[in-house]
Every structure is written in C-alpha cells, then in structure tokens.
Write a protein that binds this ligand. Sequence first.
Ligand SMILES: [Zn+2]
Ligand SMILES: [Zn+2]
Ligand SMILES: [Zn+2]
Length: 313
Amino acid sequence: MTRTPVGEIRPSQLLWTYGPEALIDLPNLSVVTMGIDRWERDRCQPIQEARLLANVRSVLGPQVESLRMPPLGDRDVVDPFSAAALVGVPVKPFPRWLRCVKCGLLSPFDAGLFKLKENRYRPELTRFVHEGCRGSSNDQRPKDADAVPARFLMACRAGHLDDFPWHWFVHGGPSGCRGTLRFFESGASLQTENLWVKCDSCGAAKNMAQGFGQAGRDNLPACRGRHPHIDRFVDDCVEDPRAILLGATNGWFPVTLSVLAIPQTGSPLAQLIGDGWTFFEDVDSADEVGFVVKTLKKTAQLPGIENAARQSG
Ligand SMILES: [Zn+2]
Ligand SMILES: [Zn+2]
Ligand SMILES: [Zn+2]
C-alpha cells in the first residue's frame, strides 16, 4: 500500500478524539485511524510505568506487552518526499464511498472512478478528484472535480462501523444491477429529506430519509460486524445497524486508565520496589525477598526486575 501524508493532528487528539477506529474528518478527506498493529513499533517509544501496565493488563488481558507513545514525526523535515516525512499514525480513507461535488457520482474511492491528488508540500490539501467530470447532464467540457466523502455510514451498538450500503439501499435489497450511482439534491436545504441517491442504469432511486428511523430498520441490511481499522468482519453480530452521519460527535469514545507517576529519585531499584509494592508488602525476611524476586522473574509480573535484582537472585 502506498503512503501519502494527509494532515496533522496533535498527540493529545490521538488520545482523546482520534484513537484506533475513530474517524478523522479532514478538510478534504475522511479517514479512519488504523489499529496499533499497523503502527510502526520502532517509532513508538516505550513507556516504563509498571503499575499502569498492570492496570491495562487487568482490563485488556496479559497479551499487552508494553505501553508506547504515538510515533512522533519531525515537524522540520525539509524534504517532503523523504522517509522521515512519512512518519506518523497510519490511516486509510473511510467511508470508502465518495461523491463528486459536480456530477454527484457516488463510488468507492478505489473503484477506478476517482483519483488521489497528492500534495506533499501541503498534506492537508491532499484529496480525491473525479477525473474529467462532465457534469450531471454529461454535457460539459471534461474537467477534474473534487470528490468528497459520502457523509453517511452505518454503525451498531456493538461498536461496528461500516460503509453505508448504497447499492443495497437504492435497489431495495441484493441486486445484480451494476449501474453507477448518483447522489443529488432536491429542494433548497440540505435536509435528509432533500437528498436522493439514484442508479444510472436501472433508474431505481431512494430518498435518504428512508435510511433512518423505522424506515431505516426496514431498508438496511444486517450488521456485517465490520472493524475497518483492523480490516476484519465478525459474522455473529445481532445488533441492528443504524445509519449515522459523518462528523456525529457520538461516534467514538476513549477508554482511559491512569496512574499517578512519581518521578524516579535516582534509584531504579527503589522505583522498582515501589512499583511492585503489592508483591513485597508482606515480606518479613531477606530469604523471602529472594523468593519473591525469583517468582517475579519467572512470571514476568514486574517489568524491569530481571535486570535490577541480580544480587538477590
Ligand atoms: Zn463528477
Ligand atoms: Zn440499478
Ligand atoms: Zn454489529
């Protein structure tokens, strides 16, 4: 997969607003933050905080190896085409469906109808275009027109996030029709009631209001259990999916765990004992200390003990 910088966000935004599977509504693109298995591990500094790690493991499980910082890019990279300019948190376009602002063409970004226009000097200007667009009546001089995210998505209460099922929705269910779809407005305001999608080939059309509320329950397929940030589908979701709008503030919430970190006072050993105090508090002889240390080394329950406690082991 090729990599293109698409913009910048602050590290704190990664924690509170744009963590894995959150949508980032950039000026010209909408992207989803990929799961941490796609992040460049070597660019992510480890955080030595044994108590926090223990807390996280108690919630997520023992598979959590370490805590790490987000990858930090160098803001002063001179060459925008260098490898250093590509350091960052991986994202991919989501929703995959885009709409041409001129002719209303509605299609996935990777179906060959839209093209990515990179801007390495100003990544935030990177966008998709409908190449050689001839307007909604197909009678204008060919000219590239901007393509923007189709602002409808589907989500369920189990936390799945999917593209809006445009083909299914327009055709009233599964259909063999392979026509291109078009998005258009009727009426003066951009209320959902005035937004329509239509199939170029068979003429089927549907009003977007039909995707919401009770009508939505009748017009949308079952949840596919999609997690776009890890490219995975689970097939046993029983929740009803609902249409949601891109940019809705109730789309993603962080789960946070915190500890009060007391800065090291120069003695790594004292720090280690402090971090692992629950293991040491009932010890009442030197022999017992040796035993606890041995056990901790074997079970790797206190990161750092393997280096710090040679003399007692
Ligand atoms: Zn167009
Ligand atoms: Zn059709
Ligand atoms: Zn679901």
